[in-house]
Write a protein that binds this ligand. Sequence first.
Ligand code: 5GP
Length: 189
Amino acid sequence: MSSSDQPASPSRTTMIDGMTFEVLIDEQELAARVREIGQQISRDYDGLKPAIVAVLKGSFVFLADLVRSIDIECTVDFLVVSSYGDDTKSSGVVQISSDLTTPVEGRHVILIEDIVDTGLTMSYLLKNLESRSPASVKVCTLLEKPARLKVEVPVHYKGFTIDDHFVVGYGLDYAQTMRNLPFIGYKVG
Ligand code: 5GP
C-alpha cells in the first residue's frame, strides 16, 4: 500500500471574481498526484473489484478524476455526511444524511474523502462501515491537515499534506461556494 506524502509547492496567488486566493496545489499538480493514486489503487486491488465509497459533498471532484485513473473493475457509491454546517469550524458531530445504496458486506471498501482535518469524520465512518462486515476498509484522502488532528486515522492513500488553512476548491467549499475552483487554495482578500 502507498501513502506517499507530497508537500505542496511554494505558494502563488490568483484573482477570481474579485477575490484573491493563495494557490496551494494547482491543476497540474492535482492531476499528476491523483493519477498516481489511481494507478496505485489499480495495482493494489487487481482482481478484488473494490467498492469505492465517496464521502460527499467535498470529494466529488477528486472522485471523478480518481476513478478515471483506476483501470480495474470497481463499483462506486456515495455517503452524504455533514459535520460543519456552513461554518469553517468542525461541530464534531457527524451525521449521515444519505446512506449507501448497496451493501458492502464482504467487499473491499475504499473510503474516498476530500480532507482529514480533525479526523472525527473518518474515525466515525470507519467504525460505521466496519460494522457492516466488509472484507476490508482502507482510507484514501486527497488532503491531510496534521496540525488539527484530534483522532488518529489510518490513511492508506494520501494526495497532499497541507498546513493549517481553511482551503477551498477542487470540490471543497466555503459555505457551499467555491467548490468549482480548479485548484486547492485559501482566500487572502
Ligand atoms: P474532520 O472531521 O476531519 O475534522 O473534517 C472532515 C470534513 O470537514 C471534511 O470532509 C471537509 O468537508 C471539512 N473540512 C475540514 N477542513 C476543511 C477545509 O480546510 N476546507 C473545507 N472546505 N472543508 C474542510
